[in-house]
Design a protein around this ligand. Structure first.
Ligand code: UTP
Length: 461
């Protein structure tokens, strides 16, 4: 029986690394299944698994040290300089109109907290029309494209687990009106999860249990998929990075782009003022050597998290919300070199493991890279304050914090604010309201003569 050339070496490596529990049911597998399992095993980096397990099980959490709060650009009205914002906008617009921008969404996550059976981007969230997250983002890009008179290519990172379903979602909806030549999908890498004894786990008779390698994996996936090369060919210099589960994100923001360019930044990041000291967002910090970074909420001691300035404000008040700008050549440098490899973070989670005796829930270690670990590797960074109500409505959970209902409400609140800002009257009958991104991506896009009928559910397009 020949499974595939070189398969014997693969089997040998599994034995040498004492992971042969994955062969316990080998005799029951047919040739196709054996080939499938061995293909998964051939891709495993056993040295990396051993190192990750040793770190995960050592119980000595590496304490991040030597940092203080980082500076960020404050908005006008909150200490910021309105003239500087105007200048940044002009700089950003020139870059944008020259076709040097693209949008990049990371949509490879498992969305396990949401418990939705499909790609998270296909989750229907908009309050009146039930548009999916992907539809909202794509329509925004169409609008920006028309508004600024420029093509804005859309790069979408999936995972091997949701790639086909994601492409299918776009196909079924005729690419939401976008030219498919301007949309590029590519899957990120998957890496094995390990049980608490450091052993590989199966999720079926012929497949290893693997998880996507975190949003930080996007920087290598951009390189290995050829997406970066395509960006270069298209003349793209700056990548606007965002996360699929935030429907209110301003994907293309001329002011942000302008500050990024004026600061000669390789990476920039949007931050908001934390709602409370121990809010579960990453904390923007400045390391003692001058580099900027993000320290996860779980790595910031309660004492530091709660420490205050003399005026009573939090010392660590800037929270990162997963919105960044990357210079393409910075990602090229990072993605093409192991010297700049981002570290793995470990999470202990319950997973459904398959054994010949059946499937059961076990404790396991999952390993992920975080995209903000790229910040300290940049020669210069810029951090810009945004208002929570303008740009942050993440949908993470079914109920409670960052819930579906919360996110919908935040979208409606934003649309009501835009209408108020334009002096457009909202009749008291209105209960739910939704503005199509094709009509407006900010208040200024709304025609002042707009009239809203006295009905309960309003959709404006
Ligand atoms: P989260 O860390 O919130 O993870 O991802 P998640 O997968 O959406 O949800 P849970 O934790 O399983 O409940 C933030 C963003 O990063 C993307 C997600 O798709 C989301 O846009 N992401 C996360 C990836 O693209 N790949 C990953 O491996 C992890």
């Amino acid at each position: 029986m020949i499974v595939f050339p070189g398969y014997e070496e693969s089997i040998q490596r599994v034995y040498e690394n004492k992971q042969d529990q994955v062969f316990a049911h080998w005799q029951q597998l047919d040739d196709t299944q054996r080939k499938k399992l061995l293909t998964d095993l051939t891709a495993v980096n056993f040295e990396q698994c051993a190192a990750q397990f040793s770190e995960a099980s050592s119980n000595t959490a590496v304490e991040v040290q030597g940092f203080g709060p980082a500076d960020f650009i404050r908005r006008p009205g909150r200490g910021g300089d309105a003239a500087a914002f105007k200048q940044a906008r002009d700089t950003g617009l020139a870059h944008l109109r020259a076709g040097k921008l693209c949008a990049f969404v990371v949509a490879g996550g498992q969305g396990s907290r949401l418990g939705y059976d499909g790609p998270k981007g296909a989750f229907q969230i908009s309050p009146v029309r039930n548009k999916s997250l992907f539809q909202i983002h794509t329509e925004k890009l169409l609008k920006y494209s028309r508004k600024y008179g420029v093509e804005l290519p859309f790069f979408i990172m999936t995972s091997q687990a949701n790639h086909e379903a994601t492409v299918e979602h776009f196909k079924q909806h005729a690419w939401f009106g976008m030219n498919p030549d301007n949309i590029r999908f590519f899957p990120q890498n998957m890496i094995p999860s390990l049980d608490t004894a450091g052993k590989l786990v199966l999720d079926g008779p012929d497949s290893l249990f693997r998880n996507p390698d975190g949003h930080g994996g996007s920087l290598t996936a951009l390189q290995s998929s050829g997406a970066l090369a395509e960006m270069k060919k298209r003349g793209i210099e700056t990548i606007s990075y965002f996360q699929v589960d935030n429907p209110t994100v301003a994907i293309i923001d001329p002011e942000f782009i302008g500050f990024h360019l004026q600061g000669a930044a390789e990476v920039s990041t949007k931050v908001l003022t934390k709602a409370f000291a121990e809010e579960k967002v990453g904390n923007l910090v400045r390391f003692d050597d001058g580099r900027t970074g993000v320290v996860e909420y779980s790595d910031l001691s309660p004492e530091l998290a709660c420490s205050t300035n003399s005026d009573g404000s939090l010392r660590f008040q800037a929270g990162s919300i997963g919105i960044h700008l990357f210079q393409r050549d910075f990602v090229e440098r990072l993605g093409g070199s192991s010297q700049f490899a981002l570290p793995f973070h470990v999470a202990r989670k319950k997973i459904k493991a398959w054994t010949p005796e059946g499937t059961s829930e076990i404790d396991a270690f999952k390993f992920e890279k975080f995209v903000f670990d790229a910040l300290p590797l940049a020669s210069a960074t810029v951090s810009l304050e945004v208002l929570r109500e303008d740009e942050f409505a993440p949908v993470k959970n079914r109920d409670g914090l960052d819930s579906i209902e919360n996110s919908r409400q935040l979208m409606m609140d934003q649309h009501r604010r835009w209408l108020n800002e334009r002096g457009i009257e909202i009749p008291p009958t209105v209960r739910t309201i939704e503005i199509s991104p094709l009509l407006a991506v900010e208040a200024a896009d709304l025609p002042a003569e707009l009239r809203i009928p006295a009905e309960a559910n309003i959709y404006l397009d």
